[in-house]
Design a binder for this molecule. Structure first.
Ligand SMILES: NC(=O)c1ccc[n+]([C@@H]2O[C@H](COP(=O)([O-])OP(=O)(O)OC[C@H]3O[C@@H](n4cnc5c(N)ncnc54)[C@H](O)[C@@H]3O)[C@@H](O)[C@H]2O)c1
Length: 444
């Protein structure tokens, strides 16, 4: 806590309190309304899809001491997946993070297969194939045939409607969302998603399995993006609007880093690849509503070949062999031209406005999630944000942060932003209600 020690005492105390909140919130997240339901025993697992996520999930299960059958449709896919797992273990051993004996133990727990019928002994099956509803429904139809009675059947979908997956099953009560984060063997967050018919003991099982894998499990309900990506959409959207309105990527990133993020959003995009999600978004663009503002800058960057670090340029430029973002005049000129093309008069934007627009959009969305019961409690949203999305822990999470600022203050700003920018800023009724009575999210 050296950094905190250098702060003035009041700020240091505020940070300590926020960190204590996060710690307590992680414990509270385990308390879920499942009546007397107890976890089903999990001694054996199967993962379907040996890609990025499937491989990481298999590693997380192996680390928890659970033998796992990793199943892919193609010999190539399986071989690549198993090789990636071996490479991951190897690099951990090389970095001194993993004992070679433990590596051997864990590797021995992971068995590859090309036959979905090999799920037959699994107490839990976690599906992580491509994000395609028909494909996943096909897998779940096969699980109905091959999985043993009472097996928990989980999908790692990022955004498909889990009810539509459960609908093809004769046993929809066994179906649940298990939203892991990438890399799944490293990231601590697990969103457990309750579908309409998910049984209480299935929820209890997955929450407990998360704990055994060393993860923090947070219960959510079906909603576009569940908890984490629902908030992230707002954060991301405002960051891009800010760039159209007058800020440059390095200014947005500097403000976010100053707030406490380890990386700014544009540096993150460049690291992940600006082309992630390009096809999905392209498809959505054709049918999206026309009554609100959209931002397609990132699509244009992809079309210009600005994929990020991997192409040497994105929101920034990169010297060969370096991951250090450098301002790029060509990109900045393009941004200024885009604003002009959209008829936007660019203006200087303060760091305070940047942080407000990025963070308050999340807070307002968080209030909607609470209202609709997507998240059980405000502190669960904080846990998701701190453990899965890099929100600075010393700010306690977006909802805690809002409580510290005072919901009446947050509401005033959200209302003002709604008047200025419309649709996306419509204040959540819960935020308005709490603001009016001087309430806090924490007291809900
Ligand atoms: N990558 C992420 O950051 C991330 C994060 C959270 C959730 N997800 C979700 O996880 C799922 C998998 O994503 P990914 O990034 O690991 O994809 P990926 O493309 O890396 O891997 C998918 C794997 O599924 C295999 N596969 C395809 N059809 C199959 C079938 N019929 N039977 C068995 N295996 C089959 C493929 O061969 C491939 O190995 C998606 O639903 C995605 O939305 C991804």
């Amino acid at each position: 806590m050296n950094a905190a020690n250098e702060l003035d005492p009041q700020e240091a105390a505020a940070r300590e309190a926020a960190l204590a909140h996060v710690k307590a919130a992680e414990k509270t997240a385990a308390q879920i309304p499942v009546g007397n339901a107890t976890p089903r025993p999990i001694a054996q697992a199967a993962v379907i899809g040996a890609g990025t996520m499937g491989g990481g999930i298999a590693m997380a299960l192996a680390a928890a001491g659970i033998p796992v059958t990793l199943i892919d449709a193609t010999a190539d896919g399986l071989a690549r997946g198993l090789a990636r797992i071996r490479d991951n273990y190897e690099s951990s051993v090389k970095r001194g993070k993993l004992d070679p004996a433990l590596r051997d133990e864990r590797l021995a727990r992971i068995t590859g297969s090309l036959a979905i019928a090999d799920v037959k002994d699994a107490d839990i099956v976690i599906e992580a194939v491509f994000e395609d509803l028909a494909l996943k429904q096909g897998i779940f139809r096969e699980l109905d045939v091959h999985a043993k009675p009472g097996a928990v059947l989980a999908t790692n979908t990022s955004g498909l409607d889990i009810d539509e997956i459960a609908a093809v099953m004769k046993r929809p009560a066994d179906v649940v969302g298990a939203h892991f984060f990438s890399p799944a063997h490293v990231m601590r967050l697990l969103e457990v998603v309750r579908a309409a018919q998910t049984a209480d003991d299935v929820i209890a099982t997955l929450m407990d399995l998360g704990r055994r894998m060393g993860k923090v499990s947070v219960l959510a309900r079906i909603y576009p993006g569940f908890i984490g990506n629902a908030l992230f959409r707002n954060y991301n959207r405002e960051a891009h609007f800010l760039v159209e309105d007058g800020a440059l990527p390095h200014e947005v990133d500097a403000a976010l880093k100053d707030f406490g993020y380890a990386m700014g959003i544009f540096a993150v995009h460049d690291m992940a690849g600006n082309d992630v999600g390009y096809q999905t978004r392209k498809a959505q663009m054709a049918t999206r509503p026309t009554d609100r503002r959209w931002n397609d800058l990132i699509m244009k960057l992809v079309e210009m070949g600005r994929l990020g670090q991997k192409s040497g340029k994105g929101w920034y430029r990169y010297e060969p062999g370096s991951r250090e973002p450098q301002r790029d005049e060509e990109l900045e000129r393009f941004i200024v031209e885009e604003s002009a093309r959209l008829g936007i008069t660019r203006r200087p934007i303060s760091a305070e406005e940047i942080v407000k627009r990025c963070v308050y959009g999340m807070i307002n969305e968080g209030a909607k999630l609470l209202e609709q019961g997507v998240a059980l409690r405000a502190s669960d949203i904080d846990v998701v944000y701190v453990t899965g999305y890099g929100f600075p822990a010393h700010r306690g999470g977006p909802m805690y942060y809002a409580d510290q600022i005072g919901l009446a203050n947050v509401y005033e700003d959200v209302k003002r932003l709604y008047e200025a920018y419309g649709y996306w800023w419509k204040p959540a009724p819960l935020l308005e209600k709490l603001a009016a009575r001087n309430g806090r999210f924490a007291d809900l």
